[in-house]
Design a protein around this ligand. Structure first.
Ligand code: BTN
Length: 243
């Protein structure tokens, strides 16, 4: 696979998008040592100093565009299994795609699609892992909810090796996904999930729904049981674990 490696870019997702527009093939990877304008979900800024893994993968799956969000869950499983197997950490996944150690976030995933209702032209899967960074240097608001592998393990981890292991896991999971084995990946996702069985608040478009997360369906949609006993499906939103 072609790997584009940079000292610093604005955002690896932006660089990947430009490459994809120019016809870059599936599996093209963009990695940067730091990002000046790293982007998180919901328009948030993503702090990306040297020491972290900031990476984007270009994919061109022949799938129904409605299935694109499933790839975020596929990626989450690949990150979680990598951190568990390579670093021995007790990692969990907060729906849809935050990788946690304890209740603190160590990795985020931002999937962006160029698609019509009929066809996916390309997908950019952006992965940010707080590896050899010190979250004590993050702004106070972010510090509480974040951790890094260095902070958890009290040692530095070899970045290139971890990237290599992750890419192998990702490739395996992605192939399963393309072979319609998403249900099997979901089983893994459920095992890592810290959201299922928790009481959550999901903020979506100015509305908040509260309830117990009772499951995730075959499409990767979260099912909440509300206080009145009714069930609500949540496709996207910001999820907070209440207890
Ligand atoms: C989140 O909000 O949890 C998603 C964070 C995604 C960050 C990664 S870092 C590599 C890629 N480039 C970006 O600008 N964002 C993603």
């Amino acid at each position: 696979h072609e790997i584009h490696y940079f000292n610093e870019v604005d955002s690896t997702n932006n660089v990947a998008k430009e490459l994809a527009k120019d016809g870059a093939v599936e599996g093209t990877i963009v990695i940067a040592e730091s990002q000046s304008m790293g982007r998180g979900r919901r328009g948030k800024k993503w702090i990306s100093p040297e020491g972290g893994i900031w990476m984007s993968i270009i994919l061109r799956p022949k799938i129904n565009p409605a299935k694109a969000p499933q790839l975020t869950l596929v990626t989450g499983v690949a990150v979680a299994e990598t951190l568990k197997n390579e670093c021995g950490l007790d990692v969990g996944i907060k729906w849809p795609n935050d990788i946690l150690v304890g209740e603190k976030k160590v990795c985020g995933i931002l999937t962006e699609a160029q698609a019509t209702t009929k066809k996916v032209e390309y997908l950019i899967v952006g992965i940010g892992i707080d590896l050899n960074v010190d979250v004590k240097l993050f702004p106070p608001k972010l510090r509480e909810g974040a951790t890094s592998l260095k902070n958890e393990l009290e040692k530095e981890i070899h970045s290139a090796e971890l990237i290599q292991k992750f890419l192998l896991n990702f490739e395996n999971r992605y192939n399963e996904f393309k072979e319609d084995k998403f249900p099997e990946i979901l089983k893994q996702w459920r095992m890592f999930s810290k959201t299922i069985g928790s009481y959550v608040e999901v903020h979506k478009r100015g509305r908040t729904v509260k309830g117990e997360a009772v499951g995730i369906n075959k499409d990767g949609i979260l099912i909440l049981e509300l206080e009145d006993g009714s069930l609500e499906k949540v496709v996207s939103g910001e999820c907070i674990h209440v207890k």
